[in-house]
Write a protein that binds this ligand. Structure first.
Ligand SMILES: *Cc1c(COP(=O)(O)O)cnc(C)c1O
Length: 474
């Protein structure tokens, strides 16, 4: 009998490490094995429990209410505030948009006003729920422009959005002005604190300069905050808070229009694993308020060290002064940023390439965890060496024929065969001798190719790529 767990561990060997503080996107590491043990045991104990019915699993209801209570204290929420545990930041945002739309049934063509730096999850919500996104350019500091946002609001606006902080640049929007403009017209204002929500309150307590963004700001009606990021909880939870129950009301869905149990849901899921809820609750209990204060201090100390090392490297430049634990770095013409990220990966560090957007060139994103602090010295060395290697390697060139095709064609007009050709030419997918698709190991050429593509072409190419990856193994 083959041991499936043995095979599982072998398969997992190909993945990015989730511990060790060297994966600076997608995962968040408290740097404490006890946290992981607590999470694992709680997830395992509840993986078969179903949060669909709180009367059948009252322990999960209790854990969710305690989690929301903890979050209320963090976010200066008034006594009236209520919340829901969702499966992640995207689901929290989907629900905030759906609730805003459904609170205004008289608006035939609902719109939401977003700073251009808002997370892509809002575009997904727009697509799912038929809410038109009105994108407002940000200022030169990459913060939302509150006057421009106020000017973009009209009678059909059902939601105004701010980020605390934005993912790509790591800066907090001027929430006070944005929320005031929304409130003046009676419109909901959602603060996307998915990534900063569990860090910024502690940063403020440490004495760092944090602009106001919580429920202490008049006009903020809802806030999303991902526990599976800086609460260091296992993947699969986020929290959506509303200032009062009436604001949450349209989020609920009930249906008695079938012969089974009356379906009653607070989120997009119906059956909902108890595992992530219990894992999150256990981690938050284990770390506790004092523990999070310490972890936030460690993550911010790591950010400070990274900032110093970026400032000491002439080829690198901070895109913005980080307001929390996200760092965006640009390179000068002497080195290609995508080669720098490849070189870092070869040295055991995963950082995330961000493609050119609007007038801005490509950048490198780092989500810095507490678990990175003991290793920042090694990161500084790796960064220096990676920049030197990228300078020595020279610029990355994209096959001019591929560029010509990518620039000339409308992605909507391409056939499946065209995409197969493009994917092969770009190096995104190569067929192995066995006929399987093989992922590229060095991404610089692929990223350089995507970087010259229009946003629509990037989307189409990457969808075609994912479609080719997701094929059954029989
Ligand atoms: C991570 C993130 C999201 C989306 O969250 P997921 O958990 O990946 O679905 C939304 N907004 C911001 C600012 C984020 O950092």
């Amino acid at each position: 009998m083959p041991d499936p767990l043995e095979r599982l561990r072998a398969l997992q060997g190909a993945d990015l490490p989730v511990h060790g503080g060297r994966t600076l996107a997608y995962v968040y590491d408290a740097g404490d094995p006890a946290v992981d043990r607590v999470a694992r045991e709680a997830v395992a104990a509840y993986s078969a429990s179903n949060a669909l019915d709180p009367t059948a699993f009252p322990s999960l209801l209790r854990m969710e209410n305690e989690l929301v209570g903890f979050t209320c204290r963090l976010l200066d929420a008034p006594e009236t505030a209520v919340g829901t545990v969702t499966s992640g930041g995207t689901e929290s945002i989907l629900l905030a948009v759906q609730g805003a739309r459904d609170s205004r049934p008289e608006v035939a063509r609902p719109r939401m006003v977003l700073p251009q730096t808002a997370h892509a999850a809002f575009h997904k919500a727009a697509h799912y729920f038929g809410v038109e996104p009105v994108l407002v350019p940000v200022g030169p500091d990459f913060r939302a422009d509150p006057a421009a946002m106020a000017a973009a609001v009209d009678d059909d606006t059902v939601l105004v959005v701010a980020s605390a902080p934005s993912y790509a640049h790591g800066v907090v929007d001027p929430v006070t002005e944005i929320a005031a403009a929304a409130a003046a017209r009676g419109i909901r204002c959602h603060v996307d604190a998915c990534i900063g929500g569990w860090v910024l309150p502690y940063a403020a307590r440490i004495g760092r300069d944090v602009p106001p963004w919580t429920f202490a700001v008049d006009g903020v009606t809802s806030i999303s905050l991902d526990t599976h990021k800086y609460a260091y909880a296992p993947k699969g939870t986020s929290i959506l808070l509303h200032r009062d129950p009436a604001l949450r009301r349209p989020q609920y869905f009930a249906s008695a229009a079938w012969p089974g149990y009356t379906m009653l849901n607070a989120t997009t899921q119906s059956t909902r694993s108890g595992g992530p809820v219990a894992g999150t609750w256990a981690v938050v209990e284990h770390i506790g308020d004092a523990g999070y204060l310490e972890l936030a201090g460690q993550a911010l100390a790591a950010v400070d060290a990274i900032v110093r090392c970026v400032e000491a490297e002439p080829a690198l430049r901070l895109v913005a002064d980080p307001d929390s634990t996200l760092v965006a770095v640009a390179t000068d013409d002497s080195c290609d940023p995508f080669t720098v990220t490849d070189e870092l990966l070869e040295r055991g560090w995963y950082v995330q390439p961000q493609l050119s957007f609007g007038a801005g060139g490509p950048t490198i994103h780092l989500s810095v965890s507490a678990g990175t602090l003991p290793h920042v010295g090694e990161l500084a060395t790796a960064l220096r060496d990676s920049v030197a290697a990228a300078r020595a390697a020279g610029p990355v060139t994209v096959d001019p024929d591929v560029v010509a095709v990518i620039e000339a064609l409308d992605p909507a007009a391409l056939t499946d065969a065209d995409f197969n050709g493009l994917l092969a030419a770009s190096g995104l997918v190569a067929a192995s001798a066995a006929g399987d698709l093989e992922l590229p190991t060095r991404m610089a050429e692929v990223n350089a190719m995507l970087d010259v593509a229009s946003p629509a072409m990037r989307e189409a190419l990457l969808v075609a790529f994912l479609d080719r990856l997701q094929r059954p193994v029989r």
